[in-house]
Write a protein that binds this ligand. Structure first.
Ligand code: NAI
Length: 341
C-alpha cells in the first residue's frame, strides 16, 4: 500500500490535543499516511526558532505537499505577523475552502445546511500594507489583482463542477468599493460566462447576503468571497451547524495544501481535555479526499469515508463534547469515534 507523508503541525493552545486526536483516528482507520512533525506559532518559539513560522516548516510542506495543521497563536505585538497569513502567502495557498454541513445529532436552528465558503486567501485587506498617515490617521490597503480574482473564480467554478454543485454566489460590496470588489465580481462573471454556463451564478451585496443566510441558508450553495468577507462568512456559517468545533477547512494552492480547522487556539480551554477535536478530524478526512483525488489513491478515499461514518455514528449515539451540549472530553470523544471505525 502506498503511504503519503503528511506534515503534522500541532500548533498552540488546544492544537496539540486536537491534532493528537486526529492522528489517533487516522491511525485507527489505517489511513495511508505517515507523519513528519514540524512546528509553528508559539510552539516554534518555545523550541528555539526565531520566528513563528520557521523555514524548515515551510520547506517540509513544500517537500511533501500536504500538511495537517493545528491552530497557532500569533503573539500580539512584538512585530510577529500572523502564522496563517504568512503560511498562505509563502506557499501560495490561494483558495480557502470551508464546507459547512449539518451533522447528525447536533441540533441547530436549521436542518440540512450544506454550504461551501470559498475564500480568496492571499490579498484584500490581509495584504498587511498599513500606513500611519498622521498620528491620528491610519490607512489599511485593500489589494485586488486581476490575477488573484480570476484564479479564485476559476478555482470556485472548477470545484463546483467537480463536486456536482449547482450555484456560485459572489458576496461583495462593489456598490461602495467599486474598483476592488468591482474587479472581483467582474472576474467571477467573466469565468462564469466564458467557461461555466452550466452552473448558476449570482451576485449578492454582503450585508444583505448575511441577513439572507441566517434567514434561510438553503438559498446558497457555494459562497465565493474575497479574503476578509470569507473569514467572516466562514465563522458566521459555522454558527449555523454547531459552531467552531465542527467546521473544517483547507487552504489549497496549485502544488501544496494545508488542512486545518476554522477555529483558533482557544487559550481559554487549552490543556483541559475539553476541546472538540471534530473540526480537525473532519479536516483530516478532507485531506484524505484531497490525497485520493490528487494522487489517485483509492485507499485514502476509503479511509476518509470510514472516518466520516464513525464520527457521524458517534454523534447520532449522543457522544458529544461540551460545546455541543455533551459531556465527553477530547480523549473520550476520540475513543468513541475509534470504537465505531
Ligand atoms: P478561537 O477560535 O480560538 O476561540 C473562540 C471561542 O470558541 C472560544 O470560546 C473557544 O473556547 C471556542 N472554541 C474554539 N475552538 C473550539 C473547539 N475545538 N472546541 C470547543 N470550543 C472551541 O478564537 P480566538 O479566541 O479569537 O483566538 C484565539 C487565538 O487563536 C488567537 O491567538 C488567534 O490569533 C488564533 N487563531 C488561529 C487560527 C488558526 O491558526 N487557524 C484561526 C483563528 C484564530
Amino acid at each position: 500500500m502506498t503511504t503519503h507523508t503528511v506534515v503534522m503541525i500541532p500548533g498552540d493552545g488546544i492544537g496539540p490535543e486536537v491534532t493528537a486526536s486526529a492522528r489517533r483516528i487516522l491511525e485507527a482507520a489505517e489511513a495511508p499516511v505517515t507523519f513528519v512533525e514540524r512546528h509553528a506559532g508559539v510552539a516554534a518559539l518555545e523550541r528555539g526558532a526565531d520566528h513563528v513560522l520557521p523555514q524548515d516548516t515551510i520547506e517540509a510542506v513544500r517537500e511533501h505537499g500536504v500538511a495537517l495543521k493545528g491552530p497557532c497563536t500569533t503573539p500580539v505585538g512584538g512585530g510577529f505577523s500572523s502564522v496563517n497569513v504568512a503560511l498562505r502567502k509563502k506557499l501560495n495557498l490561494y483558495a480557502a475552502v470551508r464546507p459547512v454541513r449539518s451533522l447528525p445529532g447536533v441540533k441547530t436552528r436549521f436542518e440540512n445546511v450544506d454550504l461551501i465558503v470559498v475564500r480568496e486567501n492571499t490579498e484584500g485587506l490581509y495584504s498587511g500594507i498599513e500606513n500611519r498617515i498622521t498620528e491620528d490617521v491610519i490607512v489599511s490597503m485593500k489589494v485586488a489583482t486581476r490575477e488573484a480574482c480570476l484564479r479564485i473564480a476559476q478555482w470556485a467554478f472548477r470545484y463546483a463542477t467537480d463536486r456536482g454543485r449547482e450555484k456560485v454566489t459572489s458576496f461583495h460590496k462593489a456598490n461602495i468599493m467599486k474598483l476592488s470588489d468591482g474587479l472581483f465580481i467582474e472576474q467571477s462573471r467573466l469565468v462564469h460566462e466564458r467557461d461555466y454556463r452550466n452552473i448558476r451564478y449570482e451576485e449578492v451585496i454582503i450585508d444583505a447576503g448575511s441577513m439572507r443566510i441566517v434567514q434561510d441558508p438553503s438559498q446558497f450553495d457555494i459562497i465565493l468571497c474575497e479574503n476578509l468577507y470569507g473569514d467572516i462568512m466562514s465563522d458566521l456559517c459555522a454558527g449555523l451547524v454547531g459552531g467552531l468545533g465542527v467546521t473544517p477547512g483547507a487552504n489549497i494552492g496549485d502544488t501544496d495544501a494545508v488542512f486545518e480547522a476554522v477555529h483558533g487556539s482557544a487559550p481559554d480551554i487549552a490543556g483541559q481535555d475539553v476541546a472538540n477535536p471534530l473540526a480537525i478530524v473532519m479536516s483530516a478526512a478532507m485531506m484524505l479526499n484531497h490525497i485520493s483525488e490528487s494522487r489517485n489513491d483509492e485507499n485514502a478515499r476509503k479511509s476518509a469515508k470510514r472516518i466520516k461514518g464513525a464520527y457521524n455514528s458517534a454523534l447520532e449515539d449522543g457522544q458529544k463534547t461540551r460545546d455541543l451540549g455533551g459531556d465527553l472530553g477530547t480523549r473520550a470523544f476520540t475513543d468513541a469515534v475509534i470504537e465505531r471505525l
